[in-house]
Ligand binder design. Sequence first.
Ligand code: DOR
Ligand code: ZN
Ligand code: ZN
Length: 426
Amino acid sequence: MKLLIRKGRVVDPVGGIGGVMDILVEDGRVAVIGSELTAPSARVIDARGLTVCAGLVDMHVHLREPGFEYKETIETGCLAAARGGFTSIAPMPNTRPATDCPERIALVRQKAAQACGVHVWPIGAVTWGQKGQALTDAAALKKAGAVALSDDGMPVQNANLLRDALIRCRRQELTILSHCEDADLVKNYAVNEGRVSRALGLPGRPAIAEELQVMRDAMLAEETGAAVHICHISTARSVEIVRQFKKKGVPITCETCPQYFALTEDELLSRGTLARVNPPLRTRLDVEGILAGLKDGAIDVIATDHAPHSAEEKARPLPEAPSGMVGLETALAVTLTSLYHTGVMDLSDILRKMTINPAFILRIPKGRLSLGGGADFTIFDPDEEWTVDPEQFASKGRNTPFAGRTLKGRVKYTIVDGKIIYQEGK
Ligand code: DOR
Ligand code: ZN
Ligand code: ZN
């Protein structure tokens, strides 16, 4: 089985391969990168005018299986990933039951093996049932295939427990992915505390709820020497805390999501529950802080936090609707529209945060182009415009505030181990 990708513009943030190139794939591996390659028996992709990069890696998704299959299944989540250009995804453990033991990790891997081919890297829970009371067996989870631990969705409130978890995870060489929001400060509130929460007459989730826990977790990383990765960072001051701890050499990394640099809390006023997400959308000043962090490297990763919910759930009043938005099928386009077409960042720096950086944090052998390496590629047209129509999504979730928006950047092919698992229009 041979595949020849011809005359695409290759962008490679790691090895610095650049320019228009041909890539020949044999038996699922990258065989040759060069120009004017020929391979008579190969299937040929004409990539003229398109960008070719290592397959995108999303280190933060929710696939909902087992327990919430009406929102998403591993199968539909993988299809959505493929449509969005992602070749590797890491699902969070907040399923029912939670992914807190080796058997549950095995179940995720087994279902993923029957899906469309996207590599699925399960994340194990930090505490049993994500109840924040007793630690899971990090060594056993790792042995079963967990690539990191997290209680995302039900953040660990007890600092002592988290500290013990970090000490264990350091030994296991597992990173803890931390959803930072102090439970006492956010309750079940729906929106950022500030102008919009006041306009809506609702109690809000203050920025300090996130910042306190970012500070706590950064200090715990410093004290224990264990790797902490802050999920979906959303405030300017959170970014600044991470920046300062990185300067000291503390093993801390962080991600943000397209919604935190493309949208502000104002979206709640026009989109209602579709814009409800935890942590909440913030202010223009916070967006500026996120952009600065993306540019100077304080923020390592762009992840989606793909969080499908049903239309019925999102039709509830704002205080009762679940938080979260789907992201797999819009992330690349929103990112290119907001960061590349505005001149904020160049393509290579953007792709670094969607390929090698998340792969490095999860310690998985993905996210880079290398001769002899696995042939995972994303091929996209950075300039093509399209309008988001959730009815076209492969995901069961249609809950996106980007519905109806015109974006620039379209995925054309997604390739895993040399196999085309998604082709636009097919
Ligand atoms: O908005 C969110 N949705 N934040 C989370 O932490 C969890 C997620 C979900 O699972 O729906
Ligand atoms: Zn979260
Ligand atoms: Zn999440």
